[in-house]
Design a protein around this ligand. Structure first.
Ligand code: FAD
Length: 387
């Protein structure tokens, strides 16, 4: 048996974010942390995009940032002023390298590569087992994926799935100062579908085809959608694909248990993937920062409010509308971006708005459809004793 003060199980986005944030506290309190992952993370396995008002601890690895965004659909074309936010991109490979270097310089961190077989928890301590060896600590922070419990009679489940290409063009066709966060000028036959265009240089961009639906598509469908968008919307043929990313992010209003005694769940496993958008990176940063603040002040990691019933209901309403077919995702997002200040929408999607600000935003949307969805979702949850 080996004992540490804390164990971080899963060294991906949330595990490494927590470990890096903990460094000053570990030094000051002379505590020791074990960080375990089943693999050494080096590959550029994902790209994180997010918005934030102020630079945070991973600013040194921000690959690109944009202060101007645009939105397009068959209804509207908009230039979006997102001040005071910036929209940022971090490449997975840069994040893993930067975090690993920070951790390698600390005598308070032990890194272990191993497959966690099981987590355990009692009144005194928590721990995990790897290759039959027991590791214990005061608290375990785990981002290891948990099997998703499903209650389809009460909650909704969609997938956000995507394929992205970094393309290089022969001539300069992109404006590196402005990123397109949603372009609905792509077929809507598979569900709410849109394209991101994130220019990295005048001749280089990440183009990502994203679909919200229950089922994944055949691999050739993503390829065809990207080819079609580049030739018909960007009206360009001479390009090469230099990188590719694929991903699936769960979208649901099913609440996720954030802790189990001395085990605290982080990241997607802790419910920090926003149900209606799939955005997770900023929620992870806010959560891990709050854990460290709490440890510094009170010596335990128990954050009081990590789950907001109000925002979970909003996510449920949006998922209901996206799924019901009564109104398309394209119509919802077009109206939302056309009638509201973009920064206010980003604040809302960050779960940071006040109730008064939310009411103001809702009055600009398709009132009848949203009111009906609100009543249906609330009744369903009340009937199941969940609201
Ligand atoms: C391709 C892709 C792109 C995304 N893009 C964005 C984006 O642009 N913006 C955004 O906000 N969100 C995005 N997300 C969603 C979310 O931010 C990421 O999934 C993020 O990595 C979640 O962090 P995490 O710590 O919960 O999980 P992960 O980063 O996946 O970390 C979990 C870790 O646990 C390890 N692990 C698993 N099982 C075991 C085991 N048995 N033993 C030991 N270790 C184990 C894994 O190796 C992994 O390193 C994206 C997701 C994907 C898949």
């Amino acid at each position: 048996m080996k004992n540490f003060d804390y164990i971080i199980a899963g060294g991906g986005c949330s595990g490494l974010s927590l470990a890096v944030r903990l460094l000053p506290y570990l030094k000051a309190s002379n505590k020791r942390v074990l960080v375990v992952d089943k693999e050494v993370k080096k590959n550029n396995d994902r790209t994180w995009c997010f918005w934030e008002e102020h630079p945070d601890i991973f600013e040194p690895v921000v690959h690109r940032k944009w202060n101007h965004l645009s939105f397009s659909s068959t209804y509207t074309d908009l230039q979006l002023n997102i001040h005071p936010y910036s929209y940022k991109m971090i490449r997975g490979a840069d994040f893993y390298k930067y975090a690993s270097e920070q951790l390698a310089n600390s005598s308070h961190i032990t890194i272990l590569v191993g497959d966690v077989e099981r987590l355990f928890n009692d009144e005194e301590q928590a721990g995990l087992v790897i290759d039959g060896i027991l590791y214990t600590a005061d608290y375990v922070f785990s981002s290891i994926p948990k099997p998703q419990e499903k209650r389809p009679e009460s909650y909704q489940y969609l997938l956000q799935h995507f394929q992205g290409w970094v393309i290089e063009t022969e001539s300069p066709i992109f404006d590196p100062e402005s990123a397109k966060i949603m372009d609905f000028n792509t077929s809507q036959q598979h569900g709410t579908s849109f394209i991101y265009v994130l220019p990295l240089a005048a001749n280089r961009a990440l183009i990502e085809y994203t679909v919200f639906s229950e089922q994944l598509l055949a691999p050739e469908t993503y390829t065809a959608a990207l080819n079609q968008y580049i030739s018909e919307q960007l009206i360009y043929e001479n390009y090469k694909v230099v990188e590719q990313e694929n991903g699936v992010i769960p979208m649901s209003d099913h609440p996720i248990q954030g802790k189990d005694g001395r085990i605290i769940y982080l990241g997607t496993a802790g419910g920090f993937t926003k149900g209606s958008t799939g955005y997770t990176f900023r929620f992870i940063q806010k959560h891990t920062a709050a854990i460290v603040e709490r440890l510094q002040k009170y010596g335990d990691p128990y954050i009081s409010a990590t789950y907001s019933r109000r925002f979970n209901l909003y996510d449920g309403i949006l998922l209901y509308l996206l799924n019901s077919g009564r109104i398309s995702g394209e119509e919802i997002f077009s109206t939302m971006f056309k009638k509201n200040n973009a920064a206010q929408i980003l604040k809302f999607l960050d779960n940071d708005t006040s109730f008064a600000e939310e009411l103001l935003l809702f009055t600009t949307l398709q009132k009848k459809e949203f009111a009906l969805a609100f009543v249906k979702r609330t009744l369903k949850l009340m009937k199941a004793g969940l609201f």
